[in-house]
Design a binder for this molecule. Structure first.
Ligand code: 5GP
Ligand code: ZN
Length: 135
């Protein structure tokens, strides 16, 4: 299903033009308009799923498969030194466009980007409580 009010539905399905790096029946890979680094791309499913909680596992797996292909191709063609594959879900997690997308952020030595988190601390009890809760 498509969402009439969703910009990524329109881009994924070619109703709004985009710089496309790859396309097949189910996905389109586009260049991000606000790139974190040179070649920052987004894998968009052509169907509308808001986030990781709504997308069927098969579609999520397909997006990752394409993310891997793109990262490998970027290494060869753009001479990247690494890549961050990032996928935000929910406003709290930084999602701004509520159509599932996988970021492929190529990394270059000294690119000045920081796609990291601040390491925290947890007690044994806290870690054990999480393991119990997840069982
Ligand atoms: P989020 O924060 O939801 O994980 O990521 C949304 C991303 O989409 C951002 O990196 C932003 O730069 C990108 N973006 C937003 N609108 C457009 C658009 O119209 N075209 C393209 N190519 N990228 C967009
Ligand atoms: Zn959509």
């Amino acid at each position: 299903m498509k969402d009439q009010n969703c910009i990524f539905c329109k881009i994924a399905n070619g109703e709004i033009p985009s710089r496309t790096l790859y396309e097949d029946e189910r996905y389109r890979v586009i260049l991000d308009l606000g790139p974190a680094t040179k070649g920052h791309a987004l894998v968009l499913p052509k169907e509308h799923f808001a986030n990781i909680y709504e997308i069927p596992a098969e579609w999520a797996a397909g997006a990752m498969e394409i993310g891997q292909k793109m990262a490998i191709l970027m290494k060869e063609r753009l001479h990247t030194d690494g890549a961050n594959l990032v996928q935000n879900n929910g406003e709290t997690a930084g999602q701004t466009v509520h159509h599932f997308h996988l970021h492929i952020i190529p990394r270059y030595k000294n690119d000045g980007q920081r796609i990291l988190w601040k390491p925290g601390k947890a007690t044994d009890e806290e870690l054990d409580a999480i393991v119990s809760a997840m069982k």
